[in-house]
Ligand binder design. Sequence first.
Ligand SMILES: Cc1ncc(COP(=O)(O)O)c(C=O)c1O
Length: 293
Amino acid sequence: MEERNWKAYVNGDILPAKDAKISVFDRAVEYGDGVFEGIRCYDGKIFKLDEHLRRLFDSARATHIDIPLSYEDMKQAIKDTTRANGFREAHIKPIVSRGVGWRLGLDPTNLDKPNVIIQVRPIAKSMYEGAAGGLRLAVVSVRKVPAYCIDPRIKSVNYIVNILARAEAQASGADDAIMLDSQGLVSESSGANIFLVRRDALYTAPVHFGLEGITRETVLTLGKENGIPTNESPLTIYDVYTADEVFVSGSGAGVVPVIEVDKKPINEGKPGRVTNQIIKLYEEAVKTGEPVF
Ligand SMILES: Cc1ncc(COP(=O)(O)O)c(C=O)c1O
């Protein structure tokens, strides 16, 4: 098995994947009590590393988790673990759990110090296998947890809502979900932000409707730099159904066209012109990351 040769970081050590372990009493295992990032390395260069690190430290601050590494040490650990694996095309996932909780119960104080893990996996183009032709999305009944409960900008390891949304979408024959918020407005898919194209302009929901995606921000910047009007405004299912084009954006996903929503074709079931333009611009942008080799 190829995975046996992977290496992972655990609290200061880079170990063979089979030896990379934390306690079964870890809070991330017991309660989903931790934060993480999903970062891409393209041709040996880590894309938007500082943006991901800032979001990781913000997620930790917002959940009162004290990352036991400085920003610079975390950055170095991410680079070292990526280099140790040797994959030029990689998905990198730093995870910080609140730590080991020996006593029963939710008390977030008096724990061992947080556990820091860094996983690195080889990845081809997108986490959506066979996505190049386009994704089929379904609007699901599972709703995004509102910002007055958990701010969606916190990238916590608790993805059960997103997993249930994805499961419901897949059960209906789609690849992924369109989650709505509690008001019925468009939030995001299970692991990516959603963009619509209408009359050659880009539309996406404002940041508090989903994760404040780093790819989302990159797409908005690329749009502005290339004369494509951009809008951040609340979106309804009406906007999705009547869009000229739809695509999703995310570090794991990349920029991926959506060709069907609720079994109805978008742009006659083909990736659209503006989507293809954004994909090309994004493919250029990802060449500008921080070299690790
Ligand atoms: C729920 C969710 N929304 C959106 C995104 C996209 O965020 P980013 O572009 O920062 O990877 C992700 C992660 O990739 C995610 O897990």
